[in-house]
Design a protein around this ligand. Sequence first.
Ligand code: PXP
Length: 240
Amino acid sequence: MSRIRLGVNIDHVATVRNARGEIYPKPIRAALLAQKMGADSITVHLREDRRHINDKDLKEIKSKLKIPLNLEIAATREMLQIALKRKPKFICIVPEKRQEITTEGGLNLNYKKNFLNKMIKKLKKNKSRVSLFIEPSVRDIKLSKFLNADCVEIHTGKLCNLINKNKEYKKEILKIKQAVDLGISLGLEVHAGHGLTFKSAKILSKVRGIKEFNIGHFLIGESIFNGIGNTIKKFKKSIK
Ligand code: PXP
């Protein structure tokens, strides 16, 4: 069985920078350090309100990074144009609401279906691998296949909340398992992300077939205490 790749989301390095309107800490520094310390890819979410990563960060990270850049974007014309111009190796289309603190759930694939269809076609033609951030549901997996995505990323927020609160999570993990199996049987590459900690990542890594984890908030927080290199190493050990 091939190992699970670790995508490191560095958005919250930019959040700390932006909290003071300063020029530090620099997201590019975090991206290059994470690369050196064993990250398999770097994820950034260019939000409509640019609350963390901005266009200048994206340009700089894309030009200096050797490992794949995974750009998360909403399904909008503006983001499509930026993604076509920057040509990141990986793209993940995510839902976005301006008022939310973080990405609260998976995409509603029925809403904007025609636009999503066109967007995916253009991005794939531009040589980006396209993933859709979805809930672990049979309907969303089938729709992702119908929309011709390369991959799906399963939103693990609910699972992580249950684990964090020491609540029963068997039903949720079974739902994820079924979604992973269905995705693989349809030829989709399956990823997972949102809210993952050492504990939840370890539990989820036992679900066979998930190829990639994208982890940000906990990993950047933990890096304050242990450094980004040690934190990446510990995550890689947890998901082995
Ligand atoms: N994957 C996707 C598609 C995301 O949008 C996010 C951020 O919301 C993450 C993974 C990482 O989540 P977290 O920062 O909670 O680890």
